[in-house]
Design a protein around this ligand. Structure first.
Ligand SMILES: Cc1cc2nc3c(=O)[nH]c(=O)nc-3n(C[C@H](O)[C@H](O)[C@H](O)COP(=O)(O)OP(=O)(O)OC[C@H]3O[C@@H](n4cnc5c(N)ncnc54)[C@H](O)[C@@H]3O)c2cc1C
Length: 536
């Protein structure tokens, strides 16, 4: 990506066809779609790219088997099509993941689940015939033996599973997906900068003509001029420009719903496939292998209060651990966790008092009187489709006939780990960066950030130079995911990990010794606010 200072200078001096407000997956997708159709595109993000919900998901690129229960067939079908497109466009970053639903003690497999999986298979059948020989297409679900279940879910060994269903979905690193989509958008000429908050719309003859933006680093205000403005601020979408929105009764209201996830060392709860774990009252949670650790989630509760720095609550942690302990016959406690995070879903409230789990995950696109187009709701999985609908709307207003191309625009270039020098981190680097892993390695710093984890100090330098990382939080929570997978090791007193990261980042960003100390303290404060290391 462009260095931030250059991006800010360009945003202030040029005028654009499209300004996107919000640098989560939705905004990144809109920027990519518009740029690939030939529009000049600006994107401003108030905090950090993917700093909102898009770094806090369950990391699944999936149809959502459970939405079948609600007969939300259109949503599931659309998401399954998007799943296939995502895995084909970014095979290094969006990867098939096996899921297992076991039966125990010789019991029969759940028939209703079997019917659901049949429907899921049919709906997920490959529809796009282009590039067919290259395309991933999931195998149909099948029944596997108890021994196969134990091999895929070693954590279940003590419960003696006797058979199981095996089916496929996909998984990603959500924040890396955002950065990859943004990088691609820039390749097509989009200009994006973080730490720029839209604080008001610019208007010309009653039409939105850009935004007044505050630079959180310098405190300066600047105008970003654009013929079209897209509000892609997720859970904050109904806060942008309240005066206009409050006048318009038809505008949907966001109903935030919080979800918490926990991480454990793989050896503490070893799984090599996803497990769907009952969690009481007909609900279920996932236990997933992710970045070499085990990810547990999610809860789903109404959220009151600010949506920034959402913390996992003690009740949510207890709820997830209780479900896991009951299912795997373990006795895990909060002291076993290596990290945790919470996020807030941008669900659209229809005024229906039902609980958020029952509200559909559909996206909403609406245009208010100034012409600003708002796109919110939806899922990580359906980002491309949401972006297409948004830019279709702008193109329709313009009378432009350039069609959407994002289904055929690769997201980075995949790379086999064997093409990198032989080193323990090469699988990890190839999966995270694809071909750009060569550029990461070229920066030197081949030592791990946290001993035993594959993330390298070179990634810190790369994040600063090529991905607009400005703080330790940017590097540890989103460019790498060590703040989630290894929070305990990062924050251990005297470990010196944060200081090492601050040294590499500080060298890139020109920080003196005092600034480095302040930034380490700022990260400790952020980690506390985010609750990434729950109290034992
Ligand atoms: C717990 C949980 C689990 C989930 N799991 C999955 C899953 O497994 N699979 C799936 O497909 N989906 C999942 N989702 C849904 C998915 O994560 C979201 O739908 C998606 O990330 C929303 O992206 P977004 O870009 O719309 O919002 P965000 O990622 O929140 O982006 C909005 C951005 O706008 C910025 N912003 C706000 N106001 C301003 C302003 N005034 N100026 C500039 N910028 C501003 C914010 O800082 C933020 O970065 C999950 C969600 C949650 C909460």
């Amino acid at each position: 990506m462009l260095p931030r200072a250059d991006a800010v200078a360009t945003l202030a001096s040029e005028s654009f066809d499209v300004l996107v407000i919000g640098g989560g997956i939705t905004g990144a997708g809109v920027a990519l779609d518009a740029a690939t159709r030939g529009y000049s595109v600006a994107l401003v993000e108030r905090a950090d790219f993917a700093g909102g919900t898009s770094s806090r998901s369950s990391k699944l690129v999936h149809g959502g088997l459970r939405y079948l229960q609600n007969f939300d067939l259109g949503l599931v079908r659309e998401a399954l099509v998007e799943r296939q497109i995502n895995v084909n466009l970014a095979p290094h970053l969006v990867r098939p993941l096996r899921f297992v639903v076991p039966a125990f003690d010789g019991q029969r497999l759940d028939r209703v689940m079997g019917v659901g999986l049949n429907a899921y298979d049919v709906m997920g059948l490959r529809r796009r015939r282009t590039r067919a020989e290259l395309d991933w297409s999931p195998a149909r679900h099948r029944v596997i033996s108890g021994a196969d279940v134990r091999e895929l879910l070693p954590a279940l060994a003590d419960r003696s599973p006797t058979s199981g269903y095996l089916f496929y979905d996909c998984q990603t690193d959500d924040a890396r997906l955002v950065l990859t989509v943004l990088t691609e958008a820039e390749r097509f000429g989009a200009v994006a900068a973080n730490r720029l908050e839209a604080i008001g719309l610019l208007e010309e003859r009653g039409r939105a003509a850009g935004a007044l933006v505050r630079d959180a680093e310098s405190g300066a205000e600047l105008e970003v001029r654009a013929a079209n403005v897209v509000n892609a601020t997720g859970v904050w979408a109904d806060r942008l420009r309240p005066a206009e929105l409050h006048d318009e009764a038809e505008v949907p209201v966001i109903r935030p719903a919080r979800g918490t996830h926990l991480l454990l060392e793989r050896d503490t709860l070893p799984v090599d496939a996803g497990a769907i774990v009952p969690a009481g009252e007909g609900r279920a949670i996932f236990v997933l292998p992710w970045l070499g650790q085990t990810l547990i989630g999610t809860t789903d509760t109404d959220h009151d209060g600010p949506a920034e720095h959402v913390r996992p609550s003690e009740e949510e942690i207890a709820y997830l651990l209780d479900a896991v302990n009951a299912y795997f016959a373990t006795s895990l406690t909060a002291s076993d966790l290596v990290g945790a995070y919470a996020g807030v879903r941008p669900l659209i409230s229809t005024g229906d008092p039902r609980k958020s789990v029952d509200i559909s995950r559909k996206a909403e696109l609406y245009e208010t009187s100034s012409g600003m187009v708002t796109i919110t709701g939806g899922k990580l999985t359906t980002w491309r489709r949401m972006a297409k609908d948004t830019v279709d709307r702008i193109a329709w207003r313009d009378g432009s006939e350039v069609p959407c191309r994002t289904h055929e625009v690769p997201l980075g270039l995949p790379l086999g780990a064997g093409e990198l020098p032989d080193a323990p981190s090469r699988e990890h680097l190839a999966a995270r960066y694809g071909h750009l892993a060569h550029d990461v390695l070229a920066l030197g710093h081949a030592e791990p950030i946290v001993p035993g984890r594959p993330d390298l100090l070179a990634e810190v330098a790369y994040a600063a130079r090529r991905e607009q990382a400005r703080t330790l939080g940017d590097v540890l929570l989103r460019r790498t995911r060590l703040g989630l997978t290894a929070a305990r090791a990062l924050l251990a007193p005297g470990a010196g990990v944060l200081e090492r990261v601050a040294d590499v980042l500080g060298t890139e960003l020109g920080w003196d010794a005092r600034r480095r100390e302040r930034e380490v303290e700022a990260f400790r404060f952020e980690a506390e606010q985010e609750g990434i290391l729950p109290a034992p």
